[in-house]
Design a binder for this molecule. Structure first.
Ligand code: FES
Length: 108
């Protein structure tokens, strides 16, 4: 029998303004939580290119621009959109929940 994937509640959906990102520290994770068109997305907060905090960046639709060197990622897939970033950012699956932003924590 397969075990259910562990989940982690990050914040209230109402904590994240529309078209913005906030930083959430939970357990040993530092994450960026984004709110776009009523949907929520979660990535690691630390840019893969350097010390940039993506929750401090500029969100344009589903693209987050790091405010350090202007590299961009697609927050849905984590793929790099604009260099100098080369390594995709880690994304987390957001589960269905009426009030909270809840992610699945895959077992490695
Ligand atoms: Fe994010 Fe360089 S640290 S683009």
């Amino acid at each position: 029998m397969t075990q259910p994937v562990p989940t982690l509640t990050l914040c209230k959906k109402s904590d994240v303004p529309e078209d913005e990102a906030i930083q959430i520290e939970k357990d040993d994770l530092v994450l960026a939580v984004y709110h776009v068109d009523g949907e929520f997305f979660v990535t690691d907060d630390l840019c893969t290119h350097g010390p940039g905090s993506l929750s401090q960046g500029y969100l344009d639709g589903h693209v987050i621009e790091c405010d350090f060197h202007a590299g961009c990622f697609d927050i849905r897939s984590g793929e790099v959109v604009t260099p100098p970033c080369m390594i995709p950012i880690k994304t987390y699956k957001v589960t269905e929940d009426p009030d909270d932003v809840v992610i699945e924590i895959p077992r490695d």
